[in-house]
Ligand binder design. Structure first.
Ligand code: HPA
Length: 285
């Protein structure tokens, strides 16, 4: 285990021996989801964990919340750390390594995203099928620890096919419209120009945002099963004629919180059943 991860784990293990099965990162405006927990075991602000990056963005609380949703042991990141905040790529993905080291086998990513696909509207939910990253370094650059994963990890199926189907099935049972799309992470913090969006759109990108891909690459490298849902908070620059702003992004997260919560809870339960039926074989401990 890397030194930084070891230091974080030794602090967390003084507080709790909680072992999550699923690690979930809550995107902008979606932090309210932790209210759905039946039992909170503990909550640890990032600022207390030695060497841990602290989220500085409004709408991101900056704490781990651990506990149970309908019996499923989950660790939530209520607030993520973004590359545009000035952290080194290795620090942006440190939380993923820590949650993996605590026992999480699944990495469930959520984010607020701008929509390029004209079939979307603000409030649309989209399951991630694949990703692209532009102007963002690969978080695996640097020394590779073979105990964590291989030097050149395959990325053919970052977003686990079975988990994608589980989420789609849960949405269908509750009549929640959902589709699949390709997400592009750009560095931010400025939003994209209309011309950048036009280029991405011609390349087949469905969604843009400032997170997720670095975390997905790391989780996949660590042998976690990865899945993700984007909430379209706005149509991307030039597709929408309105100037973009972060308040709109946070508000859209709040407006959709009810059906987002239903879908996430059902998906967490179905993913747990899936894990129980087909034990995860990859163990890096
Ligand atoms: N662009 C980038 N990131 C975003 C957007 C957007 O339009 N909306 C929410 N996060």
């Amino acid at each position: 285990m890397r030194d930084k991860v070891r230091e974080c784990i030794s602090y967390i293990r003084k507080i709790t021996d909680f072992e999550p099965e699923i690690a979930m990162i809550l995107g902008s405006g979606l932090g309210g989801y932790t209210r759905q927990m039946d039992e909170v075991i503990c909550s640890i602000p990032y600022s207390r964990i030695p060497g841990f990056p602290v989220s500085t963005v409004s709408g991101h609380a900056g704490k781990f919340v651990m506990g149970y949703i309908k019996g499923v042991p989950v660790i939530f990141m209520d607030g993520r750390v973004h590359y545009y905040e000035g952290y080194a790529p290795e620090d942006v993905v440190l939380p993923v390594r820590v949650m993996r080291a605590m026992g999480a086998k699944v990495l469930f990513l959520t984010n607020a995203a701008g929509g390029l696909n004209e079939e979307y509207a603000p409030g649309s939910l989209v399951v991630l099928r694949d990703h692209v990253s532009l102007y963002v370094p690969n978080p695996l650059i640097g020394r590779n620890d073979p105990d964590e994963g291989v030097r050149f990890p395959d990325m053919t199926e970052v977003y686990d096919r079975s988990l994608r189907k589980i989420i789609a099935d849960c949405a269908s049972v509750k009549d929640i419209p959902i589709s699949e799309g390709v997400y592009c992470q750009l560095s931010g913090p400025s939003y994209e120009t209309p011309f950048e969006i036009m280029i991405l759109s011609r390349l087949g990108v469905d969604l843009v945002g400032m997170s997720t891909v670095m975390e997905a690459i790391t989780g996949h490298h660590l042998g976690m099963k990865v899945c993700g849902i984007s909430l379209v908070t706005n149509m991307a620059a030039g597709i929408s004629t309105q100037p973009l702003n972060h308040d709109e992004v946070k508000q859209a997260g709040k407006d959709s919180s009810e059906y987002f919560a239903v879908l996430v809870t059902d998906s967490l339960c179905a993913i747990k059943q899936h894990l129980d039926a087909e034990p995860h074989t990859v163990s890096k401990d």
